[in-house]
Design a protein around this ligand. Structure first.
Ligand code: MG
Length: 361
């Protein structure tokens, strides 16, 4: 029986993991369930799965207690808030199934140092990084020449810059291939998400930015590719469904049935095209912040979390998401990224500056 501490149980990934546990009761149980703010959702899951600890994030008194008797810490909380859980679980020497991007985007250096110190394993849940992991024979330390992440391109791939000024939150929430939470769906539309995934890949696979690329693949069947020195290129293919990476993070190196087999003849064709980075400045802003390092990715992320919320509520236009992020990045000087406290300070400052730029206060 594998004991799971699930952080972010009422979100999109958390609920899919609950579904897997529900249909495999003999294999998995929850020791801990943490939800962001959905009290009713948490209560229902807690009554069903009877974990030892069930609480809302704001009611946590001891972070390390959350992971005391689990085998796997499944971190599926959204945003910068996920970093603290990842760091705590790794410090405790627990395997972390990582579905929170911001842990590596904001705290990559600190997270990898913490994992190396305790010897704890990090297993990627993001579909692209799970694909790379699989192409590397489920080893994060395998050698390769280049990683290429695939991007669906989001709903605005072929919009002109003029059209992008008029798109609404409802348009942006209509993702062509994946069903996900609102924040990440908007991040897919701005390509910020793909920039984040480049930073994640850098830390997960211990490589430089020069060896990580991205390509548009509208069908979302190829989840990423790895190129090797001899010219070989391996790709991982599956229907766009998070069940596979979620389940694999729990069973690896074993594989268990969870998705229907791909029908290649029915799919017919797979397409690839260049990522139109000039139309989606969030992508380059994220990669540049990643290269700059220190507190820069944390500042970028804090600003983006506020800007995306403002876009969702109709306070700013779609291009203003990138303008806000850029404005905040240029207003806040770079600091180190050596402790959670330093990063938290950078995150708080970035949010304040973003609110000031958007709402004038
Ligand atoms: Mg992804």
């Amino acid at each position: 029986m594998k004991k799971i501490a699930l952080i972010g149980c009422t979100g999109s990934i958390g609920r899919q993991l609950c579904g897997i546990v529900r249909s495999h009761r003999e294999e998995y149980c929850f020791t801990t369930l943490v939800a962001g703010s959905d009290r009713a959702g948490l209560d229902a899951l807690s009554a069903e799965f009877r974990p030892r600890i069930a609480c809302l994030a704001r009611d946590i008194t001891s972070y390390s207690e959350l992971f005391a008797d689990c085998d796997v810490a499944f971190v599926a909380a959204g945003g910068f808030a996920g970093l603290r859980y990842t760091l705590t679980a790794l410090k405790e020497g627990k395997t972390v199934a990582l579905a929170n991007k911001e842990s590596l985007v904001c705290g990559g250096e600190l997270v990898m140092k913490t994992a190396n110190r305790s010897g704890a394993e990090i297993v990627p849940v993001d579909s692209e990084h799970s694909a790379v992991f699989q192409c590397l024979g489920m080893r994060r330390d395998a050698s390769f020449k280049k990683i290429v992440l695939t991007a669906s391109g989001g709903p605005f791939l072929h919009c002109s810059s003029e059209e992008l000024k008029r798109v609404t939150a409802a348009d942006a929430l209509r993702h062509p291939t994946w069903r996900m939470g609102a924040k990440i769906t908007i991040d897919c539309a701005t390509l910020l998400n793909k920039g984040y995934e480049i930073i994640e890949a850098k830390w997960l696979y211990g490589t430089d930015f020069a060896k990580i690329g991205a390509v548009v693949h509208p069908e979302s069947i190829v989840h990423s590719l790895v190129f090797f020195e001899d010219g070989a290129c391996l790709a991982q293919l599956a229907y766009p469904d998070m069940k596979l990476p979620i389940r694999l993070a729990l069973t690896y190196p074993d594989r268990q049935p969870c998705l229907e087999e791909l029908d290649l003849a029915k799919i017919g064709a797979l397409h690839f095209e260049r990522l139109p980075v000039e139309k989606f400045p969030c992508f380059t802003l994220a990669v540049e912040a990643g290269k700059e390092g220190g507190s820069c990715p944390t500042v970028l992320n804090g600003a983006a979390e506020i800007a995306v919320r403002a876009f969702l509520e109709g306070s700013i236009t779609f291009p203003a998401i990138a303008e806000t992020v850029e404005g905040v990045l240029s207003a806040i000087p770079k600091e180190g990224a050596d402790s959670y406290e330093t990063l938290l300070r950078a995150d708080t400052r970035a949010r304040e500056e973003a609110r000031r730029l958007i709402y004038g206060k």
